[in-house]
Design a binder for this molecule. Structure first.
Ligand code: GLC
Ligand code: CA
Length: 543
């Protein structure tokens, strides 16, 4: 058993968590000031989105120096203080390693631009300008993945923005530099890493293979040998191209690669096949059940799952697959229940524990995200109307997750005393931490319970190790499953809709563990009200 198999991770997007010096930008001292809140919630680990020096074209995912802290966020001594103080609270820090690319402001890239025979040239992917663009490869942030470097009259590769040139992992010195940097952070007391878009690093342009390049697993194993082996750390790879089959290899139990990956196969289900992320379709619950079932069953005793609905790139789950109006609280709790009783390590993204919703800003200029801004230009060019574009942004855009954390209902939600870098979600006077702290039926207190069940309660073994068995696999509105360990059994029922569901189940002999309504309705079967979630415990064999 590894410590991270019974941990709960909390993801912090530092820019939007807490501003300590009233410049409208969240920072490290802000996080330190909220460690008591995180302790109260009961989490074990903070995944800290990038805090390194960066020109912030992509909010820190464009690093110009891996060894210093972005001025907006504070200093290295603030970072050290955060590591120390977190430890006192029993919280570990996981850093976000962005190593597929650097910022174009990174010293390596500036050197590489100086001349074709500069020693850093091979750190990146350059192609001579022969009068036409090297290939029609597209950037994930739209437009070509090649930009011209005028100084040396060459094209360079960037799978993301122009200001995020891709590193050349096939050149060993690049990998060695990265290992050194990772070890340097380990020496500072970091207890894990999240690896940004790690399945892109081994791209093989000759074979036209961008994700999952042929050498990918060799590189991950090398990284593991050079950096992870001596430590007991949590490592998680961001892998948009992963399937459950691939997850097995990445998280295999011999510990030669990662602890786990982010497998997005569930969260991509509302994207229209073959289209862009902006083109969404209605979620098919039967498919969602199938995907989760595959993840849970296939990785059982073969690998390890991460469990997540949200992150800084995804819209808020309660708006996406719950109900962010009348049943906001019920559906937020239902979605939390569904995830937290599965096998794996749960990740809570800041504000998820309050049931925060998507945001509808009035004008395009209120949006800060580079991906969103690029998409607006691209879709206007393609002839879409502003209304159509706005609808997609409000549904799926990344800024939905990036509005500042609402601590209370005072001006700017107690996040800052000045206008933040991005607007607050206007509903902050209703949805904020202060309103929910200690209110027994709040989403926040419910999340505390979810965390407690997994970390402390006598159900912790079955939550960690129990076998997963899907029930009612064809039911269109109900997601229900069992967890089984020895003679113990848990049953989880989740109603995904605003109408009631009646089930012919006799649950009288089972014990109620958790529910998102005051009491359950088990007269003549089990009746699930809108977005109701119920967890029951029983002796498997007696039923
Ligand atoms: C990852 C990050 C995202 C970033 C991109 C490029 O997907 O999560 O925020 O824009 O990589 O680094
Ligand atoms: Ca600040």
């Amino acid at each position: 058993m590894n410590w991270w198999q019974e941990s709960v991770v909390y993801q912090i997007y530092p820019r939007s968590f807490k501003d300590s010096n009233q410049d409208g930008i969240g920072d490290l001292q802000g996080i330190i000031s909220k460690l008591d809140y995180l302790s109260y919630l009961g989490i074990d680990v903070i995944w800290l989105c990038p805090v390194y020096e960066s020109p912030n074209e992509d909010n820190g995912y464009d690093i110009s120096d891996y060894f210093s802290i972005m001025r907006d966020f504070g200093s290295m001594s603030d970072m050290e203080e955060l590591i120390q103080k977190s430890k006192k609270h029993g919280i570990s820090i996981v850093m976000d390693i962005v190593a597929n690319h650097t910022s174009s402001e990174h010293r390596w890239f500036k050197e590489a631009q100086k001349s074709v025979d500069n020693p850093y040239r091979q750190y990146y992917v350059f192609k001579p300008n022969t009068g036409k663009i090297p290939s029609d490869l597209k950037s994930i942030f739209l437009g070509s993945a090649w930009s011209l470097d005028e100084q040396t009259n060459s094209y360079y590769l960037h799978l993301f923005a122009k200001s995020q040139p891709d590193l050349n992992w096939h050149y060993k010195p690049v990998r060695d530099e990265l290992y050194q940097m990772i070890n340097w952070w380990l020496d500072k007391g970091i207890q894990g890493f999240r690896f940004d878009v790690i399945d892109l690093v081994a791209k093989d342009l000759d074979q036209n293979k961008i994700s999952d390049g042929p050498k990918l697993h060799d590189y991950i194993q090398e990284l593991n040998l050079n950096c992870f082996k001596k430590h007991s750390i949590l490592t998680v790879g961001e892998t948009w191209g992963a399937t459950t089959e691939k997850a097995k290899r990445y998280s295999n139990l011999d510990g030669s690669e990662f602890s786990m990956i982010f497998n997005f196969s569930h969260i991509l289900l509302d994207q229209e096949p073959g289209k862009e992320k902006w083109d969404t379709v209605e979620l098919d619950l039967v498919k969602l059940k199938k995907v989760f079932n595959d993840q849970q069953v296939d990785l059982y005793q073969k690998g390890w799952n991460s469990l997540f609905w949200n992150n800084h790139d995804l819209p808020r789950i309660v708006s996406r697959w719950g109900n962010d109006q009348e049943y906001r609280e019920q559906s937020a709790k239902m979605l939390g229940t569904l995830l937290h009783f599965m096998q794996g390590t749960p990740y809570i993204y800041q504000g998820e524990e309050l049931g925060m919703t998507n945001v509808k800003f009035e004008s395009f200029s209120d949006y800060r995200d580079i991906e969103t801004q690029n998409m607006i230009r691209d879709r206007r060019k393609k002839g879409l109307t502003d209304d159509q574009i706005m609808a997609s942004i409000q549904k799926i855009g990344r800024d939905n997750a990036r509005t500042p954390f609402p601590w209370n209902k005072s001006d700017f939600g107690g996040f800052s005393e000045v206008q933040p870098w991005i607007n607050m979600n206007p509903n902050y006077s209703l949805i904020n931490a202060q309103e929910q702290l200690g209110r027994v039926d709040s989403v926040l207190e419910y999340y505390r319970k979810l965390i407690w069940f997994r970390r402390v309660s006598n159900l912790k073994d079955i939550i960690r190790d129990g076998q997963f068995e899907l029930m009612y696999s064809d039911h269109k509105d109900l997601f229900a499953y069992k967890r089984i360990l020895g003679s113990m059994e848990l049953k989880v029922y989740c109603n995904f809709h605003s109408h009631s569901i009646h089930l012919n189940e006799d649950v009288q002999t089972m014990k109620l563990i958790l529910s998102n309504y005051d009491e359950i309705d088990s007269n003549h079967g089990l009746n699930l009200r809108p977005y109701e979630a119920i967890v029951l415990e029983g002796k498997g064999n007696d039923l």
